[in-house]
Design a protein around this ligand. Structure first.
Ligand code: DPM
Length: 355
C-alpha cells in the first residue's frame, strides 16, 4: 500500500439508504476512536438489491445481500464490510470473519399501518386485510396468531416498501424490523411492536456486524473496540442454533433471547409455512464466568464466525453449545420434519416461478 493511502480504510456497503445509514454509523464510532484515520465508502449492488420482484425465500440464493461485497473484500478492494448481521449466512466464505458486532438495537418486529388504519392493531384489522411481508418467519407466526389476516409478498428497500404501502391500496399494513425503521428515522410510523407471543424475531435481528478478512490482524484489532459483549453472547447462541437447524435467511425460524442475572435464555421456534405446526423450546446457560483469565489464544478464537473478544471464551463456548443443543432438541421433537417440509415447499415455489 502506498504511503498516502496508509491511513485510508475502505468500507464496503450496499447502496440502499438503510445500508448507508448503518455504514456511516459504524464509521462515526470508529472515527471517534481513530481520529487520524480516513474512511472511504465503496457502494455495491447485490443480487438481493437487483431482484426486486421476487420473494427472498424464492430466489434460493443463500448470500443474497453479501456475495458481491465479499468478493470485493477477498481481492482487497475494500478492507471491511458493514452488514445487518441477520443478512449474513451462518457459515461465511473461507477466509472471512466477523470482527465486530455492535450493540444490538431493539430486535423486535414492528407494524406500520396504512394511514386509513391509524389506531388499529393486527388483532382489530378487518378480516381479510392484506399484510405485506416477504418473510416466511413472519407469515408463519402471524397466520397462527391472527388467522383472519391475509399475507402478500412485498419487496424492495424500505423506502420502496413504505411508498407501496402509502400510495396504493394493496396492503393494509407492513411488518418490518423495528431497528431498521428507527435507523431510517421513521419512529413515528411504528404503530405496533410485536412481542414474542405474536412474532419471535429473526436470528441476529437488530445487530450490525463488520466483516473482514480473517488474516487481517490490523483490522481485527482496530474493530475489537466496537465489540459489545451481551450482543455477541446472544448472537453467537442464535447463529449456532440456526446453523444446526440448517435454516438460511428463508427458514421459518424465530428466536427470543434474554440475558438476566448472569444467565442467557434462548427460546426458538420452527414453524410450518402456514403456521399450523410449531415446535417451540427454550434453554438457558450461565454466562458469568468472571474468573476466566485472558489467554493469548483467546483473541484468535471464533464462535459462530464471530471473533471472540479476549477473556470470555468460557461464556462464548457455553452459548455456542447452548444454541447447538437447543437446535438438536427442536429437530428431535418434530422440528426436522417441519423444516424439511417448509424447505421443499420453498423449492417448489422457485420452480413454479423461475427467475
Ligand atoms: C432477512 C429477512 C429480512 C431481511 C427475513 C426475516 C426481511 C425480509 C422481508 C434475513 N433479512 O427477517 O425473517 O421483510 O421481506 C433486513 C432488514 C434489516 C436487515 C429489514 C427488515 C434491518 C434490521 C436489522 C431484510 N435485513 O427485516 O424489516 O438490522 O436487523
Amino acid at each position: 500500500m502506498a504511503d498516502e493511502t496508509e491511513n485510508v480504510i475502505r468500507v464496503g456497503s450496499r447502496k440502499s439508504e438503510l445500508a448507508m445509514i448503518q455504514t456511516r454509523k459504524i464509521i462515526s464510532v470508529l472515527k471517534e476512536i481513530y481520529s487520524e484515520k480516513e474512511f472511504q465508502i465503496e457502494t455495491m449492488e447485490t443480487i438481493g438489491d437487483k431482484i426486486q420482484d421476487q420473494a427472498l425465500s424464492k430466489i434460493g440464493e443463500k448470500s443474497l445481500f453479501t456475495k458481491e461485497l465479499e468478493q470485493a473484500l477477498a481481492v482487497k478492494q475494500v478492507d471491511m464490510i458493514v452488514h445487518s448481521l441477520k443478512d449474513l449466512p451462518t457459515t461465511l466464505p473461507d477466509g472471512m470473519v466477523i470482527a465486530a458486532v455492535y450493540k444490538r438495537d431493539d430486535p423486535h418486529d414492528a407494524v406500520v399501518f396504512h394511514p386509513r388504519y391509524a389506531g388499529k392493531t393486527l388483532r382489530t384489522l378487518p378480516s381479510g386485510s392484506v399484510i405485506g411481508t416477504s418473510s416466511v418467519r413472519r407469515v408463519a407466526q402471524l397466520k397462527k396468531c391472527y388467522p383472519h389476516l391475509a399475507f402478500k409478498d412485498v419487496r424492495g428497500n424500505l423506502n420502496t416498501r413504505l411508498r407501496k404501502l402509502d400510495d396504493a391500496n394493496d396492503y393494509s399494513a407492513l411488518v418490518l424490523a423495528k431497528a431498521g425503521l428507527e435507523r431510517m428515522g421513521w419512529n413515528s410510523r411504528i404503530n405496533q411492536v410485536l412481542g414474542p407471543n405474536e412474532c419471535m424475531y429473526s436470528v441476529s435481528q437488530g445487530a450490525m456486524a463488520v466483516e473482514v478478512r480473517a488474516d487481517d490482524d490490523k483490522m481485527i484489532e482496530c474493530l475489537s473496540k466496537l465489540q459489545h459483549m451481551d450482543t455477541i453472547l446472544e448472537c453467537v447462541a442464535e447463529r449456532a442454533l440456526l446453523r444446526k437447524l440448517e435454516g438460511g435467511c428463508s427458514a421459518p425460524v424465530g428466536v427470543y433471547t434474554d440475558i438476566k442475572e448472569g444467565e442467557l435464555h434462548l427460546t426458538a421456534a420452527a414453524l410450518s409455512l402456514d403456521g399450523s405446526e410449531c415446535v417451540k423450546m427454550s434453554m438457558s446457560t450461565r454466562v458469568d464466568f468472571s474468573s476466566s483469565e485472558i489467554r493469548e489464544s483467546d483473541n484468535k478464537q471464533v464462535y459462530s464466525s464471530i471473533v471472540a473478544p479476549g477473556k470470555c471464551s468460557e461464556a462464548l463456548k457455553a452459548v455456542e453449545d447452548l444454541g447447538t443443543d437447543l437446535a438438536i432438541k427442536i429437530l428431535e421433537n418434530g422440528g426436522r420434519e417441519i423444516l424439511e417440509a417448509a424447505h421443499k415447499e420453498n423449492i417448489q415455489n422457485v420452480q413454479q416461478k423461475p427467475l
